[in-house]
Structure formats: structure tokens, C-alpha cells
Design a protein around this ligand. Structure first.
Ligand SMILES: [Zn+2]
Length: 199
């Protein structure tokens, strides 16, 4: 399957109780989607392709544009390879769907008390793809709050916490490019946004 993939796309295969799941990832866009292969009656295999992400998130369309052709090609290949005698196997238990707890903080306006900004802490965001994973998973949250939102990666380098920069991406209301900022440059920017609420 790997030879069908564009160079920036990789996959992982996991066993399910009734089949297999292939999770696809893009180097800079993070998780793209998955292909499920499930056994159905009569020894046939059902194939489904799913793009991850909120339908309202513009990034979902970008992921779909890359994943859908790959998914279609692979589904075709697998269908061609699924003979009349499919392999049979037993799986001891259903795999646990990994649940990730993402730390975030909504900062209220000191005057009116309404939400003024949101920070999402992303200690595992060590590359562009992982930042996209956080942006995708938290999309329903920050669009619901509808306040300026930043995803903050891990502190980089060494030294005192005040001096260590982090990669920071503003994701809402407008997606901006990654900035590498130490706390003493990011905090004034954040303070300014909060101070500007309900002016
Ligand atoms: Zn306010």
C-alpha cells in the first residue's frame, strides 16, 4: 500500500474486533482520515473511508482533497485483492479508542467578565502536523467560544521558563502562520487583546 501514497502521507494499521483500520497522516496536515475494513456476512469485506474533522472547518476540505483520492485508490486495490476466501481471525477485545485530554484556558475580560481569549496547550505539538491535530480536535471548542485563540507548543531550548520560546499558532478567528515567541513577547500581545475587549 505504501507505494501508492504521496511522499508526505503515511499510515498505521490497527486491528479491530471485526476487521482492520488504517489511519492516514500527512506530514503537515496531521491525521487525514481512516479506512475501515470490516468483515460482513458471507465472508465479504466492507470498506469505508472517513475523513476526520469538523465539516465546518476549512482544513477538513484540505484534508479531504488529499485523502479521498488515496482512499478511493486503496479501496479499489483492496476490493480487487479480496478473494472468495478471506482470511479469518479472532481478536480478543475491542481496541481502546485513544482519548486525549487537551488542556485549554479561557481568559475572561476583566471589565465585562465575558470570554476574551483562549489558549490551547499543546505539549506534544512538535511539528506542523501535530499542531494541525490540536487545531482539528479543538475546533468545536474554539469556534463555540468564538474568541481569539492560540495553540501553544512545548517550550523550546533550555534556560529559565520565562526565556524559553515556544511555537505559537493563532487559529481563530483567522488562521495565522506559526510564530516562535518567548513568553515576554507573547504575553504583552495577549494582554493587549484582552484589554481591547468591550472597549
Ligand atoms: Zn469585556
Amino acid at each position: 500500500m505504501a507505494r501508492l501514497l504521496p511522499p508526505d502521507v503515511s499510515f498505521e494499521k490497527q486491528r479491530l474486533t471485526d476487521g482492520w483500520v488504517y489511519m492516514f497522516r500527512h506530514r503537515t496536515l496531521g491525521t487525514l482520515g481512516r479506512i475501515l475494513l470490516q468483515d460482513v456476512e458471507g465472508g465479504r469485506c466492507h470498506i469505508s473511508c472517513e475523513v476526520v474533522g469538523d465539516p465546518g472547518d476549512p482544513m477538513t476540505a484540505r484534508r479531504a482533497a488529499i485523502f479521498e483520492p488515496i482512499g478511493r485508490d486503496i479501496a479499489r486495490q483492496m476490493e480487487a485483492a479480496t478473494g472468495p476466501a478471506p482470511e479469518s481471525f479472532t481478536v480478543p477485545k475491542a481496541p481502546q479508542e485513544p482519548t486525549e485530554i487537551i488542556e485549554s484556558k479561557v481568559i475572561p475580560c476583566p471589565r465585562c467578565g465575558a470570554a476574551a481569549a483562549m489558549l490551547i496547550f499543546a505539549p506534544a505539538a512538535t511539528d506542523a502536523g501535530r499542531f494541525e491535530d490540536y487545531a482539528r480536535m479543538m475546533y468545536p471548542e474554539y469556534t463555540r467560544w468564538n474568541v481569539p485563540t492560540w495553540i501553544i507548543g512545548p517550550a523550546l531550548g533550555s534556560g529559565s521558563p520565562q526565556d524559553r520560546p515556544a511555537d505559537i499558532v493563532k487559529v481563530w478567528p483567522v488562521r495565522e502562520s506559526t510564530q516562535r515567541l518567548p513568553p515576554d513577547r507573547f504575553n504583552p500581545l495577549l494582554d493587549q487583546i484582552i484589554a481591547g475587549h468591550c472597549r
